[in-house]
Each structure stands twice: as structure tokens, then as C-alpha cells.
Write a protein that binds this ligand. Sequence first.
Ligand code: SF4
Length: 446
Amino acid sequence: MTTATIDRVERLLRTGADGPAAPGLDAHLAVHGPLTIPRKDDRNWSHAIWAEVAAAGLTGRGGGGFPAAAKWDAVTKSARRPLVVVNAMEGEPASAKDRTLLAWSPHLVLDGAEVAAALCGAREIIVCVADDRDPGARAVERAIAERGSARRGSAGRGIAISVARPPARYVTGEESALVSWLDQRDARPALRIDKSTPLRVGRRPVLLHNTETLAQVALIARHGAAWFRQMGTPEAPGTTLVTVSGAVRAPGVIEVALGTPVDELIARVGTTGPIGGLLLGGYGGAWLDPARMAVPFAPGPLAAAGATLGVGIVVVLPTSSCGIAETARIARYMAGESAGQCGPCVFGLPAVAEDLELLASGRAKADVLARIEDRCGSIEGRGACRHPDGVVRMIRSALAVFGADARDHASGRPCAAHGAPTILQFPSAPSAPLAAMAPSAVRSAW
Ligand code: SF4
């Protein structure tokens, strides 16, 4: 699932005259045009860019949905120069947008990182690509070298850009876990009461953005807020990348305007048969009933439908698959991906995964549905990060969308599809235990 399927909307995945991808600097500039960033700190320029991004209403595309300009506010208040971190970890198995963007247009991501660095006075950018994603890391390294030899971009402004390779794992991409790793500690999420306070590496505040967010910043810096708002809805402006997989003819990454109805989005990639359910947002997202497929793909309408945009994922479940069995597989995977430091993850997730496995196979006791709900209630809201909450949301949505199936399974009558092969994506190798995840060498000066 690494092939980009190009949709009618082409901003981030815009094509050039010479072919579909534009990874080289000259091709990138031919496609997107020049971008002027001042060589020295320039308050007028910084204020103008901040105002454009704020007016654009750009929100983080890494799952949090936090306004990008508000993040900049937090770090620029600090007396120390911030560090800009590009989060290209993409720990979500059903997502391919980060790797697609890095392969397709690495310079767009670097442009956005440089805009963010220049705006907040940073002198260093670290692009974090998981240690099992060599093609993405190589694409960024080539782009950095190309900018250096052309004396364009960061090389001309004294901003150092490097690539770090944190361990691949679902929770490593969580921003506090990633910053912890960069700060020479284990890649474990931290309990953060006040998320408006910036994370720190050493004493430097960290400005951390997802790859897509920064690519959007690069476009807004070129074309402005009004252009950005020409697509999307007033509440959810712009476009977004969506990874579509499962029972579709052309799985891959497409770019759509926010607010595009989910059924229209799916029609663009084509389905292979009747749809039994849709997993939106990722493995910590939520199942959606196919009867609600006309819902706009935007945070507000999805939340009202009990779903979530997450990192832009749509998995189409065919009617020939079992939603309960697939939910059990996700729950088992997510139980194994926790950072292993909070009770709800260490004890709660494996227990609920086992209940779901028994339910899927039709071997559970009659009270299994009540027990699953009990467990979900005792897990929810009790972890240091949102990992277990996402799993609980996904499980509860499954029991609602596949409710009739769940009751049949609980009665010892599992559906015929419960033994069918999974349509979901899981990493082929199990994640390394966290004890082996101490950082090795992150090239930096702190
Ligand atoms: S809630 Fe789970 S994933 Fe999050 S920090 Fe605690 S153990 Fe780790």
C-alpha cells in the first residue's frame, strides 16, 4: 500500500510536467514555485506568516488537530531558541501518508520546517523517521544534501537539518514519547496536564509538527490563507491526505478537500464489493456504520457520528469479513504496542483483547459483552497518554456498528466470516521491547 493514487485535488500531491513525483529540488520549484524565507530573524516576515497560517485555520494533521499557529505562540514565548522536530514516524499501521509525502515531495516538508524554524528563531531541525522506514529517510537525506549543494533553503540560513531514526513502534510517534527519545530517554509518553506548555529537549522548547502539517505550512507561505480556504469547509479549511485501504480497488493515499463525504471519497478509489463497516482514523479510531457513509470527512461531523479523523485513515471492511474478529485483532495489536508503564495498558488492554478473541470465536461466556464494557470503563481516561482511550473508542464503536453480530457471537453463534483472513495491515515483525529502545546517537549540539 505505498502507491499514491492521485485524486482530482492536487495541492500536496501536485504533479509536475515531467512525471508524477517531484522529489528533486528543481522539479519541486517548478511545481510549487519559489519560497522566500529571510536569511536573518525578521519580525515583520514572521508576523505576516503567523497571521496567514492563523487566518488559514490550519490544524495539525498528525491526529491532534491543534491549531498550528497556537503551537508557534507557545514556543516563541520562551527565552531559548526552539528546536523544530518533524514527526514522520507514522506508527499507525494503516497509514501511508507520511511515507508517500516524503517520497513524493520531501522538499515541501522541508520548506514548511524551515518556515517554522525561521518564524520562531530556531537554528536546528530534526526530521524523525522510524528506523524501519529507510526509503523515507533516504528521500529526506537526499533532499537535505540537494539543498545544501544548491546553497538553497536552510544551508543559506544557518539552519542545520538532520535525520533521526527513532525505533518503530505505535506509541513512539506520540509527541511526548518522541521528544523523550530525542532527549536521550526511553521513547515513552509522558503524562501532560498542561499541553500548552512546550515539550523540551534539554532546555530548548520543541516545536513539533507532523509532515503533512509542515507541507501545508509551505503552501500557505506561498499562496496565503485565502487560497488555502478555497477548499474545505469554513470550520475545517484546506485539504488533507487520506490513506484508504481494505476492500477497495485502488488502495493508497489520496488528497481530498476536508468535508468531502466519506462515500464520495471511497467512490474515488472504488470498492470491491458490499461494505460491512468502515474504520476511520486508524486503530485508535472508530468504526462507522455504512449507513452513515454520507458524513463529511471533517473533525466536527465525524465526531458527531461517533468517529474521528485521526491521522486520515479509511479502512473499508467488506461484508465477507467479520468486524468482531478484526476488532479483536486490532485490540491485540494495540495491547502489544503500549509503552508498558500504566495499569490500563499493561493489564486492561490484554484482558479486553482476550475477551474479544473469545467473543470472535464464539467461545466466550454469555456475559462477555457486559464484561468488555466493564473493562472499557475501567481503562478509559486512566493512562498517561491517549493510547488506551483510542482502543476503548474503537472497541465501543465496533460493538455498536456490529451489534447484532456481537450478540450472535456472544450466544455461541459466530458468523461464518470469523475465520476469514484479515484485511487489516499489521507490521510483519513484532515491536522491540521498550527496554531496548534507548537512543543511540542523535546528531545534535545540545
Ligand atoms: S497509557 Fe499506555 S501507551 Fe500511554 S504511556 Fe501509559 S502504558 Fe504507555
